[in-house]
Structure formats: C-alpha cells, structure tokens
Design a protein. Structure first.
Length: 464
C-alpha cells in the first residue's frame, strides 16, 4: 500500500486556525516596536521642516492624544471580538461584509506603505553612513532603494518562522531601541543643562504658524499606528480579551512619552550654526537624526546608524506581521482568493499572504520615496482609525447584549465622535505635505471598489 506524504499546508476547505502563543509582554513590545521606528527618526527632520521645533513637540503630544482615544476604541472592540484582521473584522461585524472588506483592503495597503517607510529609512542611512556603499559609483537614490529592498528580503527569513520566534525577536529589538533612544535623550538633555543657551534652539516655537501643526500631525500619524498590530494578534494572544486592550493603551502612552523626551533632547542637541536651529534640522531631512547625533556624540553617526537599523527593523518586523494577518483574514472569509488563507502546518504561519505582503513591500520600496510613503500611509491609517471609532459606536448600540465586553472606552459617545471628526480633518491637511500621497490613496481605494463590484456577482460567505 502506498503511503502519501503529509502536506505542509492545511487544506483550504478546513477553516485555518492560528496558534495562541503571545503574552502581554509580547503584544506590548510588538506595538511599541512598530511605533518607535518612525517617529523619533523621520520626525526629527521632516516634521521640524513642516512645523518647526515647538510645532513638532506639540504635534507629537496631540498625535498621542488622538492615538490614545483610538486605542481605547480598539481595546473595547478587541475585548468583544478578538480576531485576526483587526479593523476588517470590526467593520464587518458592525457594518457588513462590504465595509469590512474596504477596511481590510485599506488597512493592508497602509501597513505595506509603512513597511516601505521603514525599509526606505534603512536604505537612506546605509548609503549615507556606510563608506563602501557611499563609494559605489551609482546614483544615491538607486542605492537607497536597492538597500531598502534587500532589508525587506532579509526580514522575510524571520517572518516565515513561527509566531513564538517572532515575538522573541520583537521583544529583543524593542528593548534595544528603547535603551538607545533613552541614551540619546539623556545626552541631549545633559548638553542643555551644561549650556542653557541651547534653549534658543526652540525659538521661534511656531515659525510656520498654527496651521502647520495639523499638517504635521497628519504626516507623522504613521508613527502612532503600531497599536493596531496588537489588535491583529487577536487569534494568537493567550488571553486576548484581557491583554489586548491593556497592551494597546500602554503602548500608546509609552511611545508618546518616548517621542516627546527624544524630540526634546535632539532639538536641544542641534549644533549652534548662527541661524535658527529648526532650519538646520529641517534641511537635513531624513538624516537630521544622525547629523544631530554626529554633532553631539563621539561616533554619533555610527550610533545613529545602529539605532536606525534596530528601530526600523523592529517596526518593519511588526508591520509585516500585521499586514499578513489582515490578508489572511480576507482570504479566509472569501473576500480574496482562498489561497491567501493557507497556513503552513509546520510553523502555523499564513505563508501565502506573507509572501504577497513581502513582494508588495519590496516593489513599493524600490519605487516610492520615503516622504510620500509616510504621507500615504498616514492618510490611510487616519481613514482606518476613523472607521474604527465609527465601529465602536455601532457595536455598542447594536450588539451590546450579544457581546461580552471586558473593557469599555470612557466618555462614550462623545470621545469616538470627536476623534472621527479630528482624524478626517487631519487626513485633509496631509495634502499640504504630499499631493502625490492623496493620488496613491485615491487609486488604491478605487481598486478596492472594483474588487467589491467583482464580489457582488458572487457574494462571499461571511465568517462566524
């Protein structure tokens, strides 16, 4: 009798299930690691260019407030329906399959764009501060994009391992970057204490006026979206109803405090050039973080490069995880081809959706500048988070008796209503930063509408 070898992939007709191996610390490190990667690095150059030194600090504080309100909404929904797919699942339950699909469609692409941002930052810093790369006789842009693609491909190796290994790697990377950023912040504050004249670096506080602040918040909001990756782990957390809300809220609080301290320390550390400090920092763009450290510390550029690589790798690792789980959930519910829901029997990783996600990130990292990737990701995340706040309103009203809530957000319904209005306004202000980002967003949303029209011919079966 012939014995057939076992397949490494679960058969599609059987409903795929993920493995519950993530605890509160794993979830918290995943969210913090994803957020820290962009804000303290990209924010130092581009955000200061948009709003000035004082405007950047105020934008970080207000962004944290908006993110905290949204994290509370996610916390409530995840305590009632802890599923893979995050906003897609909440929108499907609250508003139906089609709205859910658009939420998942947008959320996945936002995560892919965020991944391009983190990989792109790695590319910029590698080419600028690694001598043998800088000496290659090719245009800098070409080298930066090539390095970004290589970073994505290297992270693919770890992404195909089991979720337990991913959690351990994420915790290590997050701890390393938090230690590095704490050291940088303390060095900047120490320089300010030695030379109080550095307080002049914060003047003028708002050189571009008050209207620059909402544009800055909208642009840098990608730096606050990491708590959504925690919601994506609803089917891989050991105690989802208990740990998911706590991890989301704690991650936003930790990250907001970190951004404010690091931003203050770095602005204080800007070298005195005779002109306004904010203009010097803004002129450095994405390299402002490293150029400031180079003036502040011995081997500052080397330290900055190491910090960027750890921070961006941590953020990229978490982003890949979240995006793949969203695509997996869409495929499992019949909204995308069934093959996207395939799970490796050996590692319990959704390997097909992971491969698609990595391929999309690599392609966009090769084509899209960091500024426009960050802006488009911010717009899409603002859309997704506004929808999440609308979902919590709908779920509380229509599903109160049928759902078990372990956490409820405060100041309901005023807080989610106010947050929806703020996020819609912020998305509009990003047009001041990157009109191309809005064109990218519009094209992707239109593609989603066409997919919905195709689905209407043969409606998918809803998940249970």
């Amino acid at each position: 009798m012939t014995v057939r070898p076992k397949s490494n992939v679960d058969p599609i007709p059987k409903r795929p299930r993920l493995s519950r191996q993530l605890g509160l610390t794993d979830l918290l490190m995943m969210g913090v690691g994803m957020m820290i990667g962009a804000g303290a690095i990209l924010g130092m150059g581009e955000s200061v260019h948009i709003a000035g030194a004082g405007g950047t600090l105020l934008a970080f504080l207000l962004s944290g407030g908006v993110a905290l309100a949204t994290a509370m909404a996610y916390g409530e929904m995840s305590s009632a329906a802890p599923k893979a797919g995050s906003t897609y699942q909440y929108a499907r339950i609250a508003f139906g399959t089609r709205t859910g699909f658009m939420a998942g469609w947008i959320s996945w692409f936002a995560a892919v764009l965020a991944g391009c941002l983190y990989a792109g930052l790695c590319g910029v810093y590698l080419v600028q501060y690694v001598p043998f790369l800088a000496d290659i006789p090719l245009p800098a842009v070409f080298k930066e994009r090539a390095c970004a693609v290589v970073i994505v491909l290297l992270l693919a190796i770890g992404s195909y391992r089991g979720v337990e290994d991913i959690g351990k790697i994420q915790t290590l990377l997050t701890v390393l970057q938090m230690v590095a950023l704490a050291f940088i912040a303390l060095a900047g504050i120490a320089a300010l204490m030695r030379e109080p004249v550095r307080l002049a670096n914060f003047r003028p506080l708002l050189p571009r006026g008050w209207l620059a602040i909402p544009a800055c918040i909208g642009f840098e909001f990608v730096a606050f979206e990491g708590f959504e990756v925690i919601a994506s782990a609803g089917e891989e957390a050991r105690r989802p109803r208990h740990d998911l809300p706590r991890a989301m809220i704690l991650s936003v609080v930790v990250v907001t405090a970190t951004y404010l301290v690091v931003a203050f320390g770095l602005i204080a550390a800007v070298p005195r050039t005779g002109g306004p400090a904010w203009e010097w920092l803004a002129a450095q763009g994405e390299r402002g973080f490293a150029e400031t450290l180079q003036a502040l510390l011995p081997y500052g550029a080397v330290f900055a490069l190491a910090t960027v690589l750890v921070a961006a790798t941590s953020a990229l690792n978490a982003t890949i995880y979240a995006a793949a789980r969203t695509l997996f959930a869409l495929g499992r519910d019949g909204l995308l081809p069934a093959s996207t829901a395939a799970i490796s029997q050996k590692t319990r990783v959704p390997h097909v959706s992971l491969t698609i996600t990595l391929a999309a990130m690599a392609l966009l990292a090769a084509a899209l500048p960091v500024l426009h990737a960050a802006s488009a990701a911010s717009i899409l995340f603002l859309f997704v988070f506004a929808l999440a706040n609308a979902c919590v309103l709908r779920l509380r009203r229509n599903h109160r008796s049928s759902r078990e809530y372990r956490y409820r957000m405060p100041f309901f319904p005023a807080l989610p209503l106010l947050t929806v209005a703020i996020q819609a306004g912020l998305a509009i202000f990003v047009f001041r930063v990157s009109p191309l980002a809005w064109a990218i967003v519009a094209a992707w949303c239109l593609a989603g509408v066409f997919r919905l029209l195709a689905l209407s011919v043969r409606p998918p079966k809803p998940s249970h």
